[in-house]
Design a protein around this ligand. Sequence first.
Ligand code: SF4
Ligand code: SF4
Length: 227
Amino acid sequence: MIESKDIKEIVKNLGADLCGVAPVERFNEAPKGFHPQDIYIDSKSIVVYAKRLPVESLFATNCVPYTYVNNIITQKVDELGFEVALKLEDQGIKAIPIPSDDPYEYWEPENSYGRAILSLRHAGYLAGLGVLGKNTLLINKEFGNMIQIGAVLVPVELEGDTITTYEGCPTDCNLCIESCPVKALNGNTVDQKLCRPYSNYRTEKGYILKKCNVCRRICPNYLGIES
Ligand code: SF4
Ligand code: SF4
């Protein structure tokens, strides 16, 4: 019988920097339609992993390097999920990989609001990979918020990792909220209708570029949390 530690070893050997496991019971508060069992009815455990990305791209004055880094890391984490699913299937374990970013179905055009089929930042929290910051990003103790998250759903009961208890946001810190140029953050969520048009734009040639990352780079814990 495969154990949690065996799956984490497989995932890390395939290139993940972080990996944790969340039993499906931890997702009881997921919104209706966005629970792991809404994606795959037999889900019993959610294996969540992350890869880090080159941090200095945050500080390039031209937004192309940051866009490029984000595009590559999304692709790499998606490929990792694909490989993890294949490897697990080779061992007789069914596995459903979840895309790291898109595609997704839910879309409210009037609010420019999209919702992924599974909230990976919440899954990361529930699998012990970090805590949620007021900028809505997962903050990992070692790598800060410079990580990209992916997950696979498996129909196997696995031991869950301990949910982290370290402090992601000092109580008196509101830097991300105060620094957002369009005031899209409220400490719990991001108003996508405000953030999306400001942080993404389409060039005349048709490229989509990420031109804002202030809430990520201003965070004192963007590189990790000092003990
Ligand atoms: S990406 Fe920019 S616009 Fe969007 S929430 Fe962060 S700081 Fe605000
Ligand atoms: S800038 Fe401050 S409030 Fe915002 S996520 Fe980072 S630590 Fe939390």
